[in-house]
Ligand binder design. Sequence first.
Ligand code: UD1
Ligand code: CA
Length: 449
Amino acid sequence: MAAGLGTRMRSKRAKVLHELGGAPLIAHVVRAAQALDPKTILVVVGHQAEEVEQAALAEVGELASFAVQAKQRGTGDAVESARDRLEASDSLVLVLSGDVPLIKVETLRKFIEHHQNARADCSILSVRLENPTGYGRIIRDANGAVQKIVEQRDANEEQRQVKEINSGIYCFDAKKLYGALRNVEPANDQGEYYLTDVPEIILRDGGTVSVFLHNDSREVSGINTRAELAEFENLIRRTAIRKLMIDGGVTFIDPSHAYISAEAEIGRDSIIHPNVTIEGKTIVGEGCVIRSGVRITNSRLGDAVVVKDHSIIVDSQIESNCAVGPFAHLRMNAVLEEKANVGNFVEVKKSRLKRGTKAMHLTYLGDATIGERTNIGAGTVTCNFDGRNKNETIIEDDVKIGSDTMLVAPVRVGARSVTGAGSVVTRDVPPDSLVAGVPAEVKKKLSRG
Ligand code: UD1
Ligand code: CA
């Protein structure tokens, strides 16, 4: 169920599109469903249906299909909107809520097994909460048998004392579910069709309802407000960092001020300084040092890489023993081969620096391929944009680019050549040549070696 706006988020965006740990809430839920190997994952969409569909498809592909609930008239109505797809099937229907993202696959497996063993028509996954405010309560009779679910706002004083709550996760026999849904009335405080009325109706019609009491309440807490979203984010982050410290042998100077995605991998003996953000599917090797204020997104770092303060690395690759920063910016598949060095205020876009090459100060390298052991002087710019197209710069091995050289692309600088300070290189430079001036011209041939 993912059709609601989520009024309590006070947002223009549908709640299930808000991100947790770098992925929209709906992605977490369909990912858990996918792991159960279902016939199909039917996502009920309404608010911003198209974006929600995209988010689900991006996560599980064609396994996801969609039922549209045009008007959000309650969770019962949400399930109703999939009637023609499910009513006649012999399937077991597992209902998940789009705003309960931390549910574990293991728990769902146990829950389904419980449902099957109990031969129930309906099973409810419940937990006990010290503070059950806001949740539907599981009402049992004197013998402990479940009678119904009562929503917080429809509950009387006595019912509100009940600490066992409905997680919003259910198993149903499809036919029983859709039979009972016909009898759900919007006779409640919100005037909505509640899915939570279905268990009582099934019981009334002589069916069986069972409750699976789970022991980890955090897994099933729903996100209704931004405050809860932030709490969850914090929980995910702390869990990931703790795991990296305990199992992964990673040092965090201040774990409470590190922001590491759950998908990131960091090798042992790496040291993460305060205020580092590592996002997406980033891999950091062993023995790396990541200094303060660094952001690394969807990138791969080898071993013993040092990233100095306030550098940004996005969609890029850095091999072992490289140094980057401070204040460097690598993006769009920048590649640094082993022992390459990119220093202060250097931007590298869609460029490769081969082994041992250095660009230490105030430089822009875009659409460039730079050979081995080359030195790029301070203030060098690859002038890659002619106003219309992006053009390539190629610099071969063992070149010395003088400070403040402008390389007007497309252009190639041959191996072992030197450009004088302030050169504007508009034509290809042959190998073993010294060029200088505006525009740069060959001043002399250099002897090899
Ligand atoms: C629901 C349960 C409550 C339970 C709680 C657990 C009902 C009536 N109540 O309350 O017993 O304790 O979850 O988290 O079911 N949705 C739709 N269409 C709608 C309404 C909702 O798709 O018309 C979706 C929402 O997008 C959301 C999910 O269903 O993903 C739950 O809806 P929400 O309004 O958050 O229900 P709660 O009030 O939390
Ligand atoms: Ca909710």
